[in-house]
Ligand binder design. Structure first.
Ligand code: FAD
Length: 467
């Protein structure tokens, strides 16, 4: 039997994770009632939960994501810091080892990066989003309730079929909740493409670019002499050595170490083998740190890291009454740290579009979907561009355009490690605060192309440089 979720304009958000809570925020004032359908029961405090297995792994929130989050929910970055998140300025406090050497530690003061475990981040955002929305929208969160289908027909989505869960099992029959708008924010496992078939629609076009990267993560504390290192580090893999590591502080004096590797180089989940793997990445610094760090968790693995986007913004790809946000719309190789920022930029695009359209009128969802997809585009270009060398099949050769782009970006990232001007542009784009065209500004192009290629530093710099 169909139940209406309320009177007036109603919305249902599938998934009460990060994108779901930001969708609630964006819908504030545009829907009278928002019902969040969340498969899990939220844990007390900041424990890990099953529906977000990637939450065990290192997550940083780029400056572009922090700005978007604070525009949606003012004061959230400060609340995260209050909850223990560490603010690491690039490249002063979080230094990258590029294929040509370590970055210089410019005190640029432009790009703080938040480092915190996902349960803390999600709990702070959830609490603030629900509190803020309650001021002008009735929000109901149905925990332990799974979306199992979409209601409606090929032309229009009118609601969501849901089923209660007890523990890991479905309990009782499915029932239908109706709404004027359904937002799918159910993450990388979104079933909307499959549910399209039940509505009599073709699945949206999907593009995947898979480097085959796997993650393994362990939490540590620096208890011995010397204490914590003064900096977080990132040693991404590169084609010559496709194994990497990132080691950053999080709340409560803990540090997260994520090791990664593409196909044939997957990091192990056995503790001793994990430590041994850290000695095989492109630089010995991280392995050296482990001598003074004590593990305080098991090793957790994660394999589904493919870049995947669904073209819900193409003409006719979206029935009326449906929107798709966050990882359900577009997922990225996590090694570039972009997914949460893109979820926040997408939610901001949703809010701005609804504000401009004056609410949930006809065509507003399709316009908002186009804006959400546009907001994801720069991150998509960066991630798939960087992953191309790992993805091309054996024997395939790159065309002249791709060879030129690879040559330029290679030179640019080597220059960015040592040059404050090129470095600032690189970070503006990487942190999703400026469009990729910033990398083609005359000053950046001239310095990249004309200045001689020089190696980076041989080890992480002890000295911070003023710029
Ligand atoms: C290993 C790893 C590391 C990452 N590191 C970073 C990083 O450093 N920086 C960064 O910005 N991003 C990172 N990401 C990406 C980031 O995790 C995602 O972009 C982000 O979680 C997207 O949020 P979401 O709300 O769309 O999805 P999720 O966080 O996956 O939330 C989806 C929610 O929907 C619920 N749900 C799912 N299906 C249903 C259903 N049928 N019915 C009801 N509820 C449902 C789930 O329980 C969950 O609560 C990483 C990703 C991975 C895999």
């Amino acid at each position: 039997m169909a139940e209406h979720t309320g009177r007036g304009r109603t919305a249902i958000v599938i998934g009460g994770g990060l994108a779901g809570m930001l969708a609630v925020t964006a819908l504030r004032g545009h829907a009278d009632t928002v019902t969040v359908v969340e498969r899990d029961r939220y844990p007390a405090g900041t424990a890990f939960r099953k529906g977000v297995p990637h939450a065990r792994h290192l997550h940083i929130l780029l400056s572009g994501g922090q700005r978007a989050l604070d525009r949606l929910l003012p004061g959230t970055v400060a609340a995260l810091t209050e909850a223990g998140a560490r603010s690491l300025y690039l490249p002063r406090d979080l230094v990258t080892r590029t294929p040509t050497g370590w970055q210089r530690r410019f005190d640029e003061g432009r790009h703080p990066t938040l480092s915190v475990t996902r349960p803390v981040l999600d709990a702070v955002v959830r609490e603030r989003a629900l509190r803020a929305a309650a001021a002008d929208t009735r929000v109901e969160v149905l925990e332990a309730t799974e979306a199992v289908g979409l209601a409606g027909d090929a032309r229009r989505v009118t609601g969501v079929a849901v089923r209660s869960r007890t523990g890991d099992r479905a309990a009782g029959d499915a029932r239908v909740l109706t709404a004027d708008l359904v937002v799918d924010a159910s993450g990388r496992g979104s079933r909307t493409p499959r549910w399209y078939a039940e509505l009599g629609r073709e699945a949206p076009r999907e593009e995947t670019v898979d480097s085959g990267l796997a993650y393994a993560t362990r939490m540590y504390r620096f208890t011995g002499p010397g204490g914590e290192p003064g900096i977080g580090v990132n040693v991404p893999g590169w084609p010559g050595c496709p194994r990497g590591a990132a080691f950053v502080p999080v709340e409560d004096g803990n540090w997260l170490l994520t090791l990664s590797g593409v196909r044939g180089h997957h990091p192990p989940t056995d503790g001793a083998e994990f430590t041994a793997f850290s000695a095989t990445i492109g630089d010995p610094y991280v392995h050296g740190l482990l001598a003074r760090a004590e593990p305080v968790s098991p090793v957790h693995g994660f394999r589904d890291t493919c870049n995947r986007r669904r073209y819900y913004d193409r003409p006719g790809a979206l029935p009326e009454g449906l929107l798709v946000l966050g990882d359900a719309n577009c997922t990225f190789n996590p090694v570039y740290g972009q997914g949460m920022t893109v979820a926040a930029l997408g939610a901001l695009a949703l809010r701005d579009t609804l504000d401009r359209a004056g609410g949930l009128g006809p065509g507003a969802a399709a316009r908002a979907q186009r804006a959400i997809c546009r907001a994801a585009e720069p991150a998509w270009m960066a991630a798939v561009g960087a992953d191309r060398p790992y993805v091309r099949g054996p024997g395939a050769t790159a065309g002249p355009g791709e060879r030129l782009t690879t040559w330029y970006l290679d030179r640019l990232s080597a220059r960015a490690a040592i040059d404050p001007v090129v470095g600032a542009a690189f970070r503006d784009v990487f942190c999703l605060t400026a469009p990729p065209s910033r990398l083609m500004s005359p000053r950046v192009v001239l310095r990249t192309v004309l200045l001689p290629r020089r190696p980076g530093l041989r080890e992480p710099a002890g000295v911070v440089e003023r710029v």
